[in-house]
Write a protein that binds this ligand. Structure first.
Ligand code: C2O
Ligand code: CU
Ligand code: CU
Length: 529
């Protein structure tokens, strides 16, 4: 029996401001702003974050982490965090060969850090939990950029508060450039045919405030939202030229996997994964992107047809450990409803620049190694049995809707973390004072990863890897390049190249990128000397 897939019909980009006027008193804001009315689904021009070219700024980049106010919903204010902005932050462009000084000040009332996810720098500059920036303080790492062109990003990484701070809005993109995109003839006009696409989901209370679900159940599934936002906007529409457009897809959600597909099934040509260009472009119709992952794709809009990017529902963690991966996937498909993410409108006003799809891209630095590398194995453990009493306690909250849950943001009483919820790697919860793996700079190792109970996006700091096997098979072609984050459904083997130093006072992290899992302890540390 073939599962049926329902696609919600799309409509025009009619304004909804009027409909939203009374939102404050309504508990169901989706209804209120007309998002349940399909004709109103796209109502915001896609915001393009300011581009901050480090070289043009003398290679000094200032970032201020601070609180602000954002209007996601017409006429409704939301308290948020951002980097030099009310929500999210700039796109910072750095150039290979340069040394860039980041000047980060913390104007929040909480300890934060800024981690350069996908930059390869020594651990004391990496922005992990050991690089705390106290309120009112400034941190100035000098980053030597020595890696190939890639789409990286930055976000907070303070011990135990990462999920909440990212959810509040702290994240930004970091483009490493080395001239290869120009040489390859790829689209490079920022905001015109080279678009940042930051994917997130959020829930809002009736008062417009963000609702962060850090209840035991919320931590078990990872914090989700019922609204998808792109670059901080709900219902986004992007105008693009009638030509080939490059989308830099970044999953900056706390927990949600996006499984993307165009409404007309037009192909996405994947040209880059986390740490740079692939050997050649790979055309796919469906693309899964897990929290922390990045893909660059080229999409052809030269026929002038509007394209809507949709995502499947994400049921990761919804079905318990008693069913197999196959059964979970089957159930998920049966329940699938496609949700619109963003609409692209090709317009004549933006001059086309690129009209051909590249095939061959770069020669990938080989992953191979002569000596049989050392193997280690790690299992990503939700430790459900140990957390069961907390989740059962919570039974009374199961029936709550978001209006009842509103305000849980600061309610320590309901927070799973405050009540001692723990997750781990190889059964051990994170300990800032414990080193979990020791190796040498320049080492290559095979790491075997296992997920228990649900799929976990595994991420490593300071190291890049190639996937050898994924759930027992060779990985799909678009997963064949250098990566730092990988969705492990059940099992994976990766060949890791450790090229950056980390001493015992500043170890590198590896962890699940479901941020609630990370905060609950699904994180470990390694040193490389
Ligand atoms: Cu993007 Cu350790 O994180
Ligand atoms: Cu990272
Ligand atoms: Cu996880």
């Amino acid at each position: 029996m073939a599962p049926t897939r329902r696609t919600l019909p799309m409509g025009g980009a009619a304004g909804v401001a009027a409909a939203a006027a009374g939102a404050v008193l309504m508990s169901n804001w989706l209804d209120t702003i007309g998002l349940k009315d399909e004709s109103n689904r796209f109502f915001t021009a896609l915001p393009i974050p300011p581009l901050l070219d480090a070289r043009e700024a003398g290679n000094i980049v200032r970032l201020i982490a601070k609180a602000g106010v954002t209007e996601f919903l017409p006429n409704l204010e939301t308290e948020t965090y951002g980097y030099s902005a009310p929500y999210l932050g700039p796109v910072i462009r750095v150039h290979r060969g340069d040394t860039v000084t980041m000047d980060v000040s913390n104007q929040l009332d909480k300890v934060t850090t800024v981690h350069w996810h996908g930059l390869f720098v020594p651990s004391e500059l990496d922005g992990g939990p050991h690089n705390a920036i106290n309120p009112g303080q400034t941190w100035q790492p000098r980053l030597k950029i020595e890696q190939p062109a890639s789409t990286a990003w930055f976000h907070p990484h303070p011990h135990g508060d990462t999920g909440r701070q990212v959810y509040m809005g702290l994240a930004g993109l970091l483009y490493v450039e080395d001239g290869s995109a120009e040489d390859l003839g790829l689209p490079t006009r920022y905001g015109l045919d080279d678009l940042p696409i930051i994917l997130q989901d959020r829930s809002f209370g009736p008062d417009g405030e963000l609702v962060y679900d850090d209840t035991p159940m919320g931590i078990m599934h990872g914090a989700r939202g019922d609204a998808i936002i792109v670059n901080g906007a709900m219902g986004p529409v992007a105008e693009v030229p009638k030509s080939v457009v490059r989308l830099r897809l970044v999953n900056a959600a706390n927990a949600r996997n996006f499984r993307l597909e165009f409404d007309d099934r037009r192909p996405m040509h994947v040209v880059a994964s986390d740490n740079g260009f692939l050997d050649s472009a790979v055309a796919v119709r469906e693309l899964t992107i897990a929290p922390g992952e990045r893909f660059e794709v080229l999409v052809d809009f030269s026929n002038g047809q509007t394209g809507v990017l949709l995502t499947y529902a994400d049921h990761n963690g919804q079905f318990g450990s008693e069913v197999t991966q196959q059964v979970r996937a089957y159930l998920a498909q049966m329940m699938d409803i496609m949700t619109p993410v963003i609409r692209f409108d090709p317009v004549a006003e933006i001059k086309p620049a690129v009209n051909r799809m590249p095939t061959k891209l770069v020669d990938l630095r080989p992953a191979g190694t002569l000596q049989p590398p050392r193997r280690r194995s790690f299992s990503l453990d939700s430790m459900t049995a140990a957390n069961m009493p907390l989740m059962q306690d919570e039974g009374s909250m199961q029936g709550m809707d978001h209006s009842q849950m509103a305000g849980t943001m600061d309610m320590g009483a309901k927070s799973g973390l405050a009540r001692g919820m723990k997750m781990g790697i190889n059964g051990k919860a994170f300990d800032m004072n414990r080193i979990d793996a020791e190796l040498k700079v320049g080492d290559k190792e095979i790491w075997e990863l296992r997920s228990t109970e649900m799929a976990h996006p595994f991420h490593m700091h300071g190291a890049s890897f190639r996937i050898l096997t994924l759930d027992g098979a060779k990985p799909a072609a678009h997963l064949s390049g250098w990566k730092d984050t990988l969705l492990v459904n059940e099992h994976a083997e990766i060949l890791v190249s450790f090229d950056q130093p980390a001493g015992p006072t500043n170890p590198f992290m590896f962890h699940c990128h479901i941020l609630e899992h990370e905060d609950a302890g699904m994180m470990a540390q390694y040193v490389a000397v």
